[in-house]
Write a protein that binds this ligand. Sequence first.
Ligand code: ADP
Ligand code: TRP
Length: 322
Amino acid sequence: MRVLSGIQPTRRFHWGNYFGAIRQYIELQDGSEDAFYFIANLHALTTVRDPAQLREWTLDAAIDLLALGLDPDRATLFLQSDVPEVSELCWILLSGTPMGLLERCCAYKDKKAKGITADAGLFTYPVLMAADILAYDSDTVPVGEDQVQHIEVCRDLAASFNHHFGEVFVLPKAKLLDTSAKVPGTDGEKMSKSYGNTLELFEEPGPLKKQIMRITTDSRPMEEPKDPDTDHLFQLYSLFASDADRESMAATYRRGGFGYGEVKKALAEAAVDYFAAARQRRTDLAAHPRRVCEILSAGAIKARKKAAEVLRRAQKACGVRL
Ligand code: ADP
Ligand code: TRP
């Protein structure tokens, strides 16, 4: 069983990305599945147009994933662009993709609705994603809710190719990540890079504390008892606290007579502690970028072997390989 997912290097990762996605990817490396994870730098090219920035975020993404526990002995990590077979497969899939199917895809539709002119890269984005998935005979694709539509497109394209040319592709299934606990941002809305309300995973402890102190809170008097379950500061604290600490903080909320400043201080300490070991690993990896590149190259060799086999199958089936 192959599990595969990709993550775009379009910014430094934030707490929402970690708890909503990365942590769960990393947990999947311990299952019986053969896990493939890649950094979707070709997809990022539709939005990041500064080459130095793209290079920096790509390396950062690799370092972050490794520091957070992605283990190259248990999972294959590589760059999307290091597997050119995927781009070839993308072309094969594009021929035969109905325009209407792509016109209905949200990423494109939303941009168009906002009056932003989309390029062909964004329009055909779901086909490249389908190629990413099909190239490795992936069975399971863990993704957030926003990507489920793209997995459906992938299944449609694979089924229609198989119907026309014979059984070539494995039809993948989406595995919806647990996003039941959406991580709130500093303003209480969903944490998202597009809202400018993020707290970055590897922010330095000093600036992080300052950002946490600026999290918006209500102006009810200190004495008033409060419901922890509807408070975003408490939700954030819960991400990091032990069960006992969370219960004790919840009791403090219900009792009243505390200041949000104390909760913020506790949150900052808990968050710094939580990521301390990963931060140390990150520092070590960042000092040895060549080691990181070697891990990515070894991952790409393994990924290419599989992608070449699938591409050959698809080329033979559709008649572009004699
Ligand atoms: P952003 O909203 O910052 O642009 P992305 O769309 O790049 O984040 O998200 C990448 C992954 O992180 C997705 O799988 C998404 O479900 C997850 N994610 C992002 N923000 C949150 C959040 N606030 N809570 C839970 N998961 C999140
Ligand atoms: N589109 C995904 C995102 O924005 C990233 C991605 C690219 C991906 N190719 C993929 C995810 C293949 C899963 C499988 O989050």
